[in-house]
Design a protein around this ligand. Sequence first.
Ligand SMILES: Nc1nc2c(ncn2[C@@H]2O[C@H](COP(=O)(O)OP(=O)(O)OP(=O)(O)O)[C@@H](O)[C@H]2O)c(=O)[nH]1
Ligand SMILES: [Mg+2]
Length: 301
Amino acid sequence: MQDLIRAAKNGDRRSLARTLSALENRTLTLAELWDVIEPKLPDGQHWHSLAITGAPGVGKSCLLDGLLTSWADKGLRVALLAVDPSSPRSGGALLGDRVRMTVVDHPVFKERIYLRSIATRKASGSVPLIVADMTQFLLAIGWDRVVIETVGAGQAEVRCAAIADRIVVVEGPARGDGVQAEKAGLLELADAVIVNKCDMPGAQRHADELRESYELGTGISPPVHLTSALHGTGVEEAAELLLNLNASGRSERARWRERLLGHHERIILESPKLDGLLEQLAAGSMTLDDAIYAIGADKDE
Ligand SMILES: Nc1nc2c(ncn2[C@@H]2O[C@H](COP(=O)(O)OP(=O)(O)OP(=O)(O)O)[C@@H](O)[C@H]2O)c(=O)[nH]1
Ligand SMILES: [Mg+2]
């Protein structure tokens, strides 16, 4: 395993893929990784991880193709982790099956880009935890930035997004129903919003609606930017905006709430006592409160 990790660090893509699989399957833990390589510490200058999230089909992958091309052109090495929810729409197709990422065919840029999908249906553990570990590993072995693509506004997606330094929500044109309540939680976390498909009617209107709803809510709106990933309109500007994006600071509490919940879940899932506790719970010989207490005590040891 040590050789594999070192080879991944030295740029071998196969070893990289295998190490990521080991993290995904939980046969390798972060603690074991840090025995071999040094973690990357935040330098406070710019973000290292960015989550791009939005409803299925809004054009996240198309947009990312443009963003990654632009960032690779600046010499940055960027890894993309696509959290594939095995949605009914896609049937769980891997990233790239649906949208050809043109950047991976580029003779020079392809060296600076790494794509990996995480099939959530197969994942044995908590997806946000797997994504967090993979992100830390990629940064530690020298990738400049890690982008996490997640689909939808469900709890797991919000939690995946919350592990990132910055959160970008991608929206489509207005559908006449205003800003929906179920998306409010996600929009609250956004450092920027991209309204894609601006070649279609209703995009400008939706951007206005979003700004209005932010202003009504907190009085401050994050940047709301229009793009057409299909035609390339606004994509270069979006790449510039997102690369230098500052944390909005509006949603620190909401973000830490998600991280705290995710961390709590991680402690439970990684507890060596978990199996025994589940058995006792199932047998009725223990209460949930006792189980939580037992895991907590375990942490203090
Ligand atoms: N008209 C128009 N279509 C677009 C635009 N961007 C993407 N599309 C189309 O929208 C469809 C979905 O694009 P994707 O990039 O796969 O969307 P996604 O958000 O990654 O989708 P999921 O990963 O399934 O959630 C494709 O058919 C694209 O060609 C755009 O700016 N304008
Ligand atoms: Mg996609």
